[in-house]
Each structure stands twice: as structure tokens, then as C-alpha cells.
Design a protein around this ligand. Sequence first.
Ligand SMILES: [Zn+2]
Length: 440
Amino acid sequence: MRDFRLRELCRRHGPRALAGTGVAMALLMGWKTGELFLGSHTPAKPAAAVESVAQAAKPMVAALEPVSLKVLRGETLAEAVQRAGVAPEEARRAVEALAEAMDTVNIKAGLAFEAIVRPGRNDAHAQLVSLSLQPSPAKALTVSRTFDGALTLKEMEEKILDDTVAANGDIEGSLYESATKLGATPAITAQVVKLFSHKLDFQRDIQPGDDFKLVFDRKVTESGKTVEVGELRYAELHGVKFYRFERGRGEAEYFDENGKNIKGFLLRTPVDGARITSKFGMRRHPVLGYTRAHQGIDFGAGAGTPILAAGDGVVVESGRKGGYGNWLRIRHSGGWDTGYGHISRYAKGVRKGMRVRQGEVVAYVGSTGLATGPHLHYEIFQRDKRVNPLSAKVPQGTVLAGRELKAFKAEKAHIDTLLAAADAPQAQALAQADTAKALR
Ligand SMILES: [Zn+2]
């Protein structure tokens, strides 16, 4: 809170009482002097005089505990404030004061606020002493009663800064959980999973204890609260590294440390977190019971797991197709197609002629057609002939050269510096531990 820039709004809400009466009331109500005399409209001299009186009176006054409340679903802010025990009219005035600095109409359920109230005698409503809330991470608002009984608003705002974070961690549980611990949002993690699905088999290659690194942009308040997470600049997992780099037309892609596009032409695993349960070649068909060629590979995954387009392309077949059940075929460039069988349902808008991007969700795993259980049957076609997806000579991604490579290397050097700085505290701690050991 120390970093907040204080701004007091001096418009008054409610009756303007006589100053003398206000001071008497203040003493009765036991307000903290600091709260009482904030603001430029209060003359300095009387304030100091009253302060000493107030301090002398302090022991007689019991402190008031703040009450923490949350706006409930379907409730207005004023209704929520009333639950602190204050009268409807007073709640309305407090909200009116807040409205100068925030949208008090479109309030999200769950918005937390703190109220300090002075309990009313007998059946009377409680009186609001102050009301504090944070409508956004960088903004804190407090409505408090001044010495003359009016309500004033104090607005404290932090500057929001652009920042790039380098974070290290190791896999404990899922990548998702571990990345969240490093401050990554679900959107960033989804991006990481998508990136690595080009290179790694999550089931086989990623183990608990594997360390990983992330560098991402964020907007942060001066006191270090993340307001918004931006681009993923770098990710490293299982020794595989990706650097984000913007090519000419402003479209960002990810490259390895040598400037080679990480994007293979086709994804290795078109289903997140799935493993291969049946390979390409001759086998005894689990439903038909006789031996015949398995024309693709099977990925075991729960029903409803998203299926990703293996590469950029156009949908050329979508619909029922014999033993495949619900089937989808995508045409990529260079005479390559991919096919997806036993689909439970298609993603919204997926139909023949639709353009798809690599990694886009196109359908969901199911067990339609001849299938013993939910899985994805995946095929790759090279000039209309089915080939083994595990050994197909699928084209590699592009490699940066010339001016682009130079710019990429500059970006990479910047990220590497951030990573080294993030590593430094650990290195220091290790060095200290070593020294401690040597001294013993
Ligand atoms: Zn199959």
C-alpha cells in the first residue's frame, strides 16, 4: 500500500455538519485521527489541536473491527453494503461516492470489500465509518466519514508497469499445476502445451522433477501484483527450448536456439496428453477379430478430449465413414493429408471447405464406428497413400537466415540474459551453502 499514489476526491456526499459538532462526534465515535484529517480542505491548526484531545480520549474508546464481505450473485453493491448493517440510504450514499472512481453498476459477484461500522443502539441501523475495496489490482478506494458526518472518497492508484518475468520450476504433478505456481495463466500454459506437442510426447518424455523455464510478459503494479499476462517469450522443457520471434508480417512463431522453426509441418501428437495404444501395420482387429493392416495409429484418450488439427490446411472430408465412425480429413500442402476417426463430435464450424490452423481444436475423441473404446485413430496420407505416421518423412519447419537470423539472435541474447539473472539467486545460495560447509 505504501506505493499507492493517494488522491482524495473532495466532493461531499451527505449533510455538511457544523465543524464543532463534527469534532464532538469524532470524539464520541473514536475515529482515528489520521483518517479524520487527511485532505487539503482541513485547516492544519485546529487539526493539531484536536489530535491531542483525540489521543487523550483514545483509551476510552473501543476499537471497531472491520467486517469483510463479498457481493453475492444478483446483488447490487448497495444491497451488499446493507448487509454490514447500515441503512439503505447510507449504503446508497456510500455507493454514490464510490461511483466517482469505479463502475458501481456492473459489479461482479464475489467482489470483496471491507466495512467498518459502528453498531446502532437498540434497533437502529449501524453507522458506516468506512468502506474499502479494490475494483482492480492497481486501484484501492476508501469511502470514509469525515468529522462533519459527510462521506468522502479516497482513491489510491498504482502505476502499471510492463515487465518480463523469467521463472524456473520443476514438474510436480502436471505441467499445468507447475506452470500456474510460476505465475503463468491457463492461456500461457495452454500455449506451452501446444508448443511442446510438436516435439515431445507428454506421456513418455515428461517426468515429475523435470525442470522447466518460462519467460513471459506481464503488466504489473508497482507493488508487484500481476494485472495481466501477455506473450510467452520463451519456454524450456526436457532440454527443448523455444524462443518467440516475430517475423516480417507481425506474426510470431517459435524457434529453437539455432533459429529453426519449432513448428514441424505436422504435430506429433494431435491429442493433448494422449499416448499411442496401437501402431501402424498388421494386427488382429479388436472388433472384427481377424488379422488385417492397421492403417494408422491409435491414441488412447478419454471421450471428449480435444483433437487438434495436425497442420494448417483445409477440411476435405467430414462425416460418417464406415468403421471410422465420424471421420475428418484435412488437406495440407505438398500432397500431405491427415485423417481422424471415431470422433464423438466435431468442433463448432468444422465442415468441408473450412480452413484450419495447426493446433486448432477440430473435433473430440469418441468411439463411433468400429471401436472398443474411446480413442483417436490417426492417419497420414502422402499423395493419397496411407503412410506410417511414426516414420513418415514429414517436411521440417523453416530455418531463419540473413537479417532475420541476426534479429532473432538479438532477441535470444535478451532472453538468455533474463534467464541468467533468474538463475543468479539460486547460484548465490548454492555458493553460500558451499562457504558454510567449508567453514564447518
Ligand atoms: Zn486405429
